[in-house]
Design a protein around this ligand. Sequence first.
Ligand code: ZN
Length: 501
Amino acid sequence: MEQKLQELKVRLAEINDLNGAIALLNWDQATYMPPGGAAARGRQMSTISKLAHTKLTDAAVGKLLDDLQAYADSLPYDSDDAGLIRVTRHDYEKATKIPPQLLADFYSHSAAAYQVWTVARPQNDFAAVRPLLEKSVDLSRQIAECFPGYEHIADPLIDFSDQGMRANTVQTLFAKLRDQLVPLAEAITAQDPIDDSCLRQHYPETPQFDFGIAAIKDYGYDFDRGRQDKTHHPFMTKFSLGDVRITTRANENNLSEALFSTLHEAGHALYEQGINMDFEGSPLAEGTSAGVHESQSRLWENMVGRSLNFWQHYYPKLQAAFPQQLATVPLTTFYKAINKVQRSLIRTDADEVTYNLHVMIRFDLELALLEGSLAVKDLPEAWHARYQSDLGMRAPNDIDGVLQDVHWYGGFVGGAFQGYTLGNIMSALFYDQAVKAHPEIPTEIAAGQFGTLHTWLRENIYRYGRKFTANELIERTTGSPLTIEPYMNYLRSKFGSIYNL
Ligand code: ZN
């Protein structure tokens, strides 16, 4: 048995190496690669990912898993070996159930759809992407149908990024959230808008980056096992547990962009850097789901990084870095500016209160497309109608409407959005548990100390990697299933005091 387990681990380590190489090629493409490298780079990544897929779907892997199942069953659920075998079987079945031709068709179709979208969006030309989007819906359905036994056609697609979550549970949770968020957003936006002009002065790039780096070092981001580079669209990536990188960009006319995207990506990176080093080279060595990942980026960006406690410590430092811009701006003005709530049409620019409304609109529309209750031709109008009812706004075009996000034009229709809001809900759940265990956390944050919070998160979430699913982590830390209450309490308390509700 020991020998078979070793053989499995050797095979998995090779797959892990190939995936690390793809991530490195991808990181290089997004940071330093000259434009002339694009064509070959696409080919190189596709060659290596085919190799990784072939190695994972090798019948020998299936045989090893079968041979090891009795051993896995004899172990406690939380043992590392049982977790490894469980997660590998999950990945193996995912990879083998989809016919290779269907997957190849999907990848070449989404590459084509993405190309058309990049041209169609600036031209407000939904008609150009419509047939491609229809085919994306069709292919997404076909891929979902490779996993019979689902309750909802979206379930297998949701499971790709948020394992164990189901369309119906997410819908129920989101409906409750929407019922409370829509009136909260209405009450806030009925008031005079906050003046956030202090953020929109000229802020040179270098001190912006220096400030962000100092803050995330304090968070506990380990620069001996990571680095930060510039890119167009900030992201976190990992080549191994010893090399977890983040990227950022600065806008010299808006202080909040680099600052909060740095804190956000650092949150993702703290999660990956906190995984048990014994999992290196195995499929356990990754964050467990899109939702849990986003819970960590949002926790460090918003619950910590946009809190009054945090800025009690850091605002004098920020003022020292930008004396001309901020010396005469009081802390409360700055704090309100970085937490300004406003109705907007663009998801990625949205504040903490309205952000989830944008996400839930997309989630519901995805489900309707997959169910067949909404036709692609009716999607632009359905989009506008939901923005009108949930956010009280209507985009003047499809550029800021249905053409806004890349997700449907470069991947599955289904499963792409729920993770953002699940992450927000979970961020409050986990933070609450940490504070229950260590009530001194908020005071420590006000002193620029994050060790207690970071340690709690590492001990209860990070170190497990993929050994437990999101639902299992929630059960283990809170003793109950996912609920919106802590998140709504957080939003009500924070924005209630900012807006005197
Ligand atoms: Zn994120």
